[in-house]
Design a protein around this ligand. Sequence first.
Ligand code: SF4
Length: 344
Amino acid sequence: MGGAASVMLSDLYQRELRDLRISVTDRCNFRCTYCMPFDEYVWIDRDELLSFEEITRLTSIFVQLGVSKVRLTGGEPLLRAELESLIKQLREINGLSDVCLTTNASRLVEKAVPLRSAGLTRLNISLDTLDHVKFKQMTKREDLGRVLDGIFAAKDAGFNPIKINMVVERDVNDDEIIPMVDFCRKHHFSLRFIEYMDVGNANAWTSTKIVSKKEILEKIHGVYPTQDGDREKASDPAIRYVFSDRRGDIGFIPSVTEPFCTNCTRVRLTADGKLVTCLFSNDGLDLKVLLRSGENDKSIISVITSLWRKRADRYSDERLRALNSNEGYDPKRQKKIEMITLGG
Ligand code: SF4
């Protein structure tokens, strides 16, 4: 499927379009306080969700524009029925080398084997604590046992490496940094620390809640020394550090204290078909309307091309500048699309 030679498409800061993150549902079975602080949400109507055929067609178009890697997100993507059949369709697109998934692992006991058989290449799992009480406080659910079972089911199914993403929030789970490192070293998972960010408009972010990459690294280095860190590719958000004893690695996604907008090659597609060029955007371009009004691929390519060529997003760079300035940074200065709609 697909197969037209890809073009190199650059934005105003010479950043190419390389990575596509697709939210397949806005629904989630958890209520993590930093992502979905409310108990009730108005969900996207099912008719408004992109079908698997629509997602596959758009992905094929993005591959023609230079994308080689897709990450499926949500909400919780495994709440979308038959996700493995979408993965199979995506794997048939020529030129798409990587189809990854970010999940909370609560459905992996049932889904790990079908996902692997469908051709899923990599798995990232969100897990912020190993403590049952804290897990309930942070997610408003009691599923830690299921999550851990899901992680080990994925390991048994042959996923390797498995990355565990931990958002660290001061006075909430910063006392779990070393226990999480111990757990991941023991079981050969790659732990990624994500600095707490002001995603969406509803979480109670303040800069005092950030635990910086520097602080986390110093804490770990005191127990498990690490070698110098680096990015595998310039466009990788994560900086990776290998333990000096060679028993695994850790990574950091330091969006607040060391932003990486300069090399940001990511674009996001919401579950209802809006194309969003930055995690902190306040709006998206409605591609579903184009699909459902019968536009051909050529005209959709031309719309995406002109959007990307005008792209000037550098939100995290600007936030750092504001945080370091006399005026300071106001996270409410701009309305953003909620993370549950956007995917992480
Ligand atoms: S803030 Fe926007 S432009 Fe900067 S790295 Fe994040 S998504 Fe990319």
